[in-house]
Design a protein around this ligand. Structure first.
Ligand SMILES: [Zn+2]
Length: 276
């Protein structure tokens, strides 16, 4: 039986040990994530991601730092596909474009990125009006989960990378959902920190969402893809794709929406698009 002094000493040793381990892990993480992105990875980005060479030197350096952090903290899992450096670094780069100027951690809740060669089939339980649950199969290019997973079809990632000016990019789309999910379920309003921020966001996004639904009902064309009218979460993901890929048009046609996205992402992609 331990006496009081021995119990106290034991607790002290254990607490000190945990503190030391935590300190070591933090130091190690800082060491690893302060390493520069390898030249080989930079070459891959130059070759495969046209937008990379258009970034300012400062943005490029910030992006590279985020990529190193992303690659260190996430696991890539190939589904009928061998994960290569090219797959890892290009997905990481596009995902990190969204957080290049955000001080928040590098998708802290995300742990795994599953990559399929092409469109994959997702099973989804659905309940009808009589309460009977059945399984629905959906063909998807990408999917984002709140439990630490993103799923992507590699051929869609590749086509999104090759054309960075058509407003269609599955990586930007799914990682916008990840940001949206930071404060719980995706609802179209990511973490904004202030009451006023949420009020203005909700007002502008609701108006734009309804306007998109209205224009679809009237068979009018819109810069914003019709998929954005599915629900507010999809609307946020779809306008994020436009913000990065077609910023001039979005700013001209939806100035308030563009302004809110510009504040949120702390970026103006108009400065690095339009070439190529
Ligand atoms: Zn979506």
């Amino acid at each position: 039986m331990l006496n009081e002094v021995e119990v106290f000493s034991l607790v002290f040793i254990l607490v000190s040990l945990f503190a030391l381990i935590a300190l070591y892990k933090r130091k190690r993480f800082k060491q690893i994530t302060s390493q520069p992105l390898s030249d080989e990875y930079k070459q891959l980005l130059f070759a495969r991601l046209p937008i990379y060479k258009q970034l300012s030197p400062q943005l490029k350096a910030d992006l590279e730092h985020k990529i190193v952090c992303f690659l260190h903290t996430k696991q890539f899992i190939g589904c009928d596909l061998t994960i290569t450096d090219e797959i890892k670094v290009t997905i990481a780069a596009e995902a990190c474009l969204l957080i290049i100027n955000r001080s928040s951690s590098c998708y802290a809740q995300l742990k795994w990125i599953y990559v399929y060669p092409s469109v994959f089939i997702a099973k989804q339980a659905q309940r009808n009006e009589y309460g009977i649950v059945s399984t629905k199969h959906r063909h998807l290019l990408g999917e984002s989960w709140a439990n630490g997973k993103v799923i992507l079809a590699w051929d869609s990632v590749e086509s999104g990378m090759a054309n960075f000016h058509d407003g269609q990019n599955v990586v930007l789309h799914e990682f916008a959902h990840q940001l949206d999910q930071e404060n719980g379920n995706a609802n179209g309003a990511p973490l904004l920190y202030t009451k006023d921020g949420y009020r203005i966001w909700s007002q502008v996004f609701s108006e734009e969402f309804k306007a998109l639904q209205q224009s679809l009902a009237e068979h009018k064309t819109s810069l914003i893809d019709r998929y954005g009218a599915t629900n507010p979460a999809e609307f946020f993901a779809v306008v994020t794709e436009l913000f990065f890929e077609c910023p001039e048009q979005l700013a001209q046609q939806h100035a308030e929406l563009f302004g809110l996205l510009q504040n949120y992402y702390r970026l103006d992609p108009r400065s690095w698009t339009g070439i190529e």
